[in-house]
Write a protein that binds this ligand. Sequence first.
Ligand code: HEC
Length: 133
Amino acid sequence: MRFRSNVCRATVRHAKILAAVAGATLIAANAANAAGNVAHGEELYRDCGACHSIEKNGVGPSHKGVVGRAAGAVSGYEYSPELKNSKLVWTEENLDKWLAGPEKLVPGTKMFYEVDDPKDRADIIAFLREKAK
Ligand code: HEC
């Protein structure tokens, strides 16, 4: 019994140390991505993954190189005429507007998915900027 409870206490201590280390890592990661948290963006991007991937077209177009590219430009993907003819360029500012309300930026678009939280949008955009090059 005594032996067991010692093990238990050691495990708790261990968990506390691990939690402290994880916390420090998170703070470092946040500082490194002051304009948006890439790791959090990656988590949020899983929801985009229902329709998108970085490499391939699906329900939505591939996101390879999306930051800085022209809207409606992925070959082999059938865009709505509204997005195709929008003449938008996916600057970070336009991506932010898009994610806040695709229908507002491009009336008639086929994308119906919004991200309400500005911080979440910044994190998703940071993820795309870093990982979808
Ligand atoms: C339910 C499906 C769905 C989800 C979820 C979704 N999208 Fe889309 N997305 C689309 C469709 C469909 C289009 C094409 C719209 C059109 O042609 O009008 C699109 C287009 C886009 C475009 C324009 C790309 C280009 O080549 O011009 C971007 C950027 C984009 N989505 C980002 C995202 C991000 C980031 C998320 C997650 C926060 C997301 N989408 C979630 C369906 C989705």
